[in-house]
Write a protein that binds this ligand. Structure first.
Ligand code: DAT
Length: 171
């Protein structure tokens, strides 16, 4: 079960697939915030309307803090406004065509309300707007995530970004 679709981001756009593949090719550590909250039961109640547990944001931040301070981490989540901004050197927001996304979420067995809310969320670019309002615009990048070739292009682009970052920060 996913926590929690009251949050504005869109599931099914390909964050997990991209994050895991990127970690295996870059050697960086992949952290899936959804898995972390499930394993640690970092919840603060249950949302009946959306049929999902509500994330305890403070406990998630506490849980991640040490690893984030060490660095070299890819964080996968469908929101970011409760994370300290200084944690991230770059943020990639995936964007998926609504018809493609509808099929992906249908396969996951989402109920009608959850499905429509999430598609609306993608139509209105809710997560992208949230990221722009809570982080520096120059670190935010939007990438297409409709087809396998997009995945390959995104990985290549992010690997280049990592390589450049390492060059710029090695003394
Ligand atoms: P998220 O982690 O954002 O919820 P996911 O990585 O689990 O999404 O992907 C959802 C589904 O879409 C899964 O079946 C894999 C597929 N998918 C992801 N990225 C894709 C891409 N670029 N092309 C085709 N299918 C993709």
């Amino acid at each position: 079960m996913e926590a929690c679709s009251r949050r504005p981001g869109t599931p099914g756009v390909g964050k997990t697939m991209l994050g895991q593949e990127l970690a295996s090719r870059s050697g960086l550590k992949y952290i899936n915030v959804g898995d972390l909250t499930r394993e640690g039961q970092l919840y603060d109640g249950y949302d009946e309307e959306y049929d999902c547990p509500i994330l305890d944001e403070d406990r998630v931040v506490d849980d991640l803090e040490n690893q984030m301070n060490e660095g070299g981490v890819i964080v996968d989540y469908h929101g970011c406004d409760f994370f300290p901004e200084c944690w991230f050197h770059t943020i990639f927001v995936l964007k998926t065509d609504n018809t493609v996304l509808y099929k992906r979420l249908e396969t996951r067995g989402y109920n009608e309300k959850k499905l429509n809310d999430n598609i609306q969320c993608e139509i209105f670019q809710v997560l992208y707007q949230e990221v722009l309002s809570s982080c520096k615009e120059e670190i935010v990048h939007q990438l297409p995530s409709d087809k396998p070739e997009d995945l390959e292009d995104n990985i290549d682009q992010i690997l280049k970004w990592i390589e450049q970052w390492v060059k710029d920060h090695s003394s």
